[in-house]
Design a protein around this ligand. Structure first.
Ligand code: UDP
Length: 356
């Protein structure tokens, strides 16, 4: 059986690390890299560290608006998929790359599998939500990480081909946390374990208007304790273009850096007093490591973490962020919302069973 897996950005590379290993014991996997993330810190570093097989094809999409990138990816995927003639196309998550893979597979009548199916923020203005909804409705195999995701699909009438497999990001976390834990992490930055925050911000909603950028800067400069902020290239670019970079860089408790590799990021996460983020994946990784999370959004796809008392939604609001950071108590027991770290095996089995 031949599978074409399509990845293109940082969280997809993290998901591909355990999944490619599991798939390659059972099927021929052809890996396609769309080039949506092309900065070395967001792409090459993660491939190297996580020992992800070199892509068989690079679409080299490069910069552009999401719609322009979508068009280029679809155009380049068509001849590739025709030539590879896979039994299934596998896409991950909720990015422009995910949607391009889904549309190309659907138009060419190739069965589609969606890893991380069924997530919903119920906010259709989010590009990620648009990508997820369309991808799920085109998929033959819907590989859900949580019970909530299965229920979301059922509400939209999607029940065939739905599997609750657990979350591949937990697999990655279990696979790499021991290596990450051995890295110097906070000590390399002169920080005490438990004595700093880890911050990430990259969503379009936080960066794409002057008002949103101002709100982000107000949140960042309201942080009054040591905080490490590996800045996503898009966020840096928008702050610089908006003339706000210097204000952030001058804030005394913030330590800015380029994005760090997955292993260093995990080491920093393990040692953090709390995470402050608008990332999807980082909310879960905080949960996996038992680190309280403050999420700079008004909603989340990972509702279990909020309902369970492990994650606080604050929006991009300095007052609410400060209040959340002042009360980080959370339950000692963490229920297995995201499975047992064997999602990749289950996905590979479901893919093979679907092709049989
Ligand atoms: N990550 C990383 N280096 C960083 C920041 C994040 O390796 O400097 C990893 C993080 O561990 C997680 C993934 O990137 O696995 C999350 O990606 P991102 O926040 O870009 O995307 P999202 O999950 O929001 O789609």
């Amino acid at each position: 059986m031949r599978i074409v897996s399509i990845v293109g950005n940082r969280p997809q590379f993290v998901k591909a690390a355990p999944l490619s290993r599991a798939l390659r014991t059972r099927v021929d996997e052809v890996l396609v890299h769309s080039g949506q993330h092309y900065d070395p810190e967001l792409a090459d570093l993660i491939f190297d560290e996580l020992d992800i097989p070199a892509p068989d094809h690079a679409l080299g999409v490069g910069p552009g608006s999401p719609l322009a990138q979508l068009a280029v990816m679809c155009e380049r995927l068509e001849p590739l998929l025709v030539a590879e003639a896979p039994d299934m196309v596998l896409v991950y998550g909720d990015t422009t790359t995910t949607l391009a893979g889904a549309l190309a597979a659907a138009k060419l009548d190739i069965p589609l599998g969606h890893v991380e199916a069924g997530l919903r923020s119920f906010d259709r203005s989010m590009p990620e939500e648009q990508n997820r909804v369309v991808t799920d409705h085109l998929s033959a195999l819907l590989l859900c990480p949580t019970d909530t995701a299965v229920a979301n699909l059922a509400r939209e009438g999607l029940t065939r081909g739905v599997h609750q497999v657990g979350d591949v990001m937990l697999d990655a976390s279990r696979m790499f946390a021991p290596v990450a834990g051995a890295r110097p992490g906070p000590a390399a930055l002169g920080l005490d374990p438990g004595g700093y925050l880890l911050v990430t911000i990259h969503r379009a909603a936080a960066t794409d208007t002057p008002e949103a950028l101002r709100a982000m800067v107000d949140v960042l400069t309201a942080i009054e304790e040591p905080a490490v902020f590996p800045v996503h290239p898009r966020t840096r670019h928008k702050l610089e273009a908006g003339g706000l970079w210097d204000e952030v860089a001058a804030h005394p408790t913030l330590r800015l850096s380029p994005p760090v590799g997955y292993l260093d990021f995990t080491a920093l996460l393990i040692g953090a007093r709390a995470v402050v983020t608008d990332s999807g994946g980082v909310q879960k990784e905080a949960y996996f490591q038992g680190v309280p999370c403050v999420t700079l959004r008004d909603g989340t796809e990972w509702v279990e973490t909020v309902e369970g008392g492990f994650n606080t939604l604050t929006g991009m609001d300095p007052g609410r962020v400060r209040a959340a950071l002042a009360d980080l108590s959370m339950p000692a027991e963490r229920p297995p919302y995201y499975g047992d770290g064997r999602a990749a095996e289950r996905i590979a089995e479901a893919v093979v069973a679907h092709g049989a």
